[in-house]
Design a protein around this ligand. Structure first.
Ligand code: PEP
Ligand code: MN
Length: 265
């Protein structure tokens, strides 16, 4: 199996393949005003893809679980009024159907879904014959085969614009990371599938703002194609993942500092 997706994924986002892909937006869509305000700021920063979660997989009940389908209309408004491409997380076939109805440009599969082949297959079945770009996050546990298996299920559904997102792996031990990167795993994935588009998610790896830049730079040094960075107009007030979100201005600074030191291998 070959995932020759790098070129087509960049083309789907109308992005320059010689520059890192920048995906940004809030962890969660919280209100129409917050979504529009963030998207307007990110459009000025020339972000390629606006992200926002509307169905949020929270570890324990009682936390903010997302605004649900209502948020799809807000993303559709970002698309229509600002001309940006938009992305959201899908975890079930119903999510896929609803997202496609609202013309969401790119879907992603979250880490807690990638671990479950039944769930991934249901998503793949819903994608049959659609060919919308899909990004697959690594599973929460450090299992390369499970990550590849999820990519294969989506690829077999006919999706050609595929990307893998490295968001780190959970660990019981306390470390400086929220999710340990275990760089050997994405390095091996990239060595096996050299033309698979690879994106790093330094927000979920680091879990804190100061790790976003170093983790992103390390990934670019390893030949990754882009970054996905959680961005919120008032990060401290965010309803989810507050400690790891940055303002649009800070995002722009981080992106400016990032250097492409080497071309992809
Ligand atoms: C997210 O991107 O907000 C998210 C829930 O990520 P993950 O699936 O990596 O935990
Ligand atoms: Mn998040």
């Amino acid at each position: 199996m070959k995932f020759n997706s790098r070129e087509s994924f960049f083309a789907a986002l109308q992005a320059d393949p010689d520059r890192p892909l920048v995906i940004a937006g809030p962890c969660s869509a919280e209100s129409e005003a917050q979504v529009m305000q963030t998207a307007e700021a990110l459009k000025r920063q020339q972000v390629h893809l606006f992200r926002a979660g509307i169905w949020k997989p929270r570890t324990r009940p009682g936390s903010f679980e997302g605004v649900g389908s209502t948020g799809l209309a807000w993303l559709n408004r970002v698309k229509r009024e600002l001309g940006m491409k938009v992305a959201t997380e899908v975890a079930t076939a119903r999510h896929v159907e609803e997202a496609l109805k609202q013309e969401i440009d790119v879907l992603w599969i979250g880490a807690r879904t990638t671990v479950n082949p039944f769930a991934v297959q249901e998503i793949a079945d819903a994608l049959q014959g659609v060919n919308v770009p899909v990004m697959v996050k690594n599973p929460v546990n450090p299992d390369l085969a499970l990550w590849i298996g999820a990519l294969e299920r989506i690829y077999h559904a006919g999706v050609t614009d595929l990307a893998a997102i490295h968001r780190g792996f959970s660990s019981y031990q306390k470390t400086k990371y929220r999710n340990v990167p275990v760089w050997q795993i994405p390095i091996e994935l990239k060595a096996r599938y050299q033309d698979l588009a690879m994106v790093v998610d330094p927000s979920h790896i680091g879990g804190k703002r100061e790790l976003i830049y170093p983790v992103s730079q390390k990934a670019l040094d390893l030949g990754y194609d882009g970054v996905m960075i959680e961005t919120h107009p008032t990060p401290d007030l965010a309803l989810s993942d507050a400690e790891q979100q940055v303002t649009p201005d800070r995002l722009a600074e981080i992106v400016r500092q990032l250097q492409v030191r080497k071309t992809h291998y």
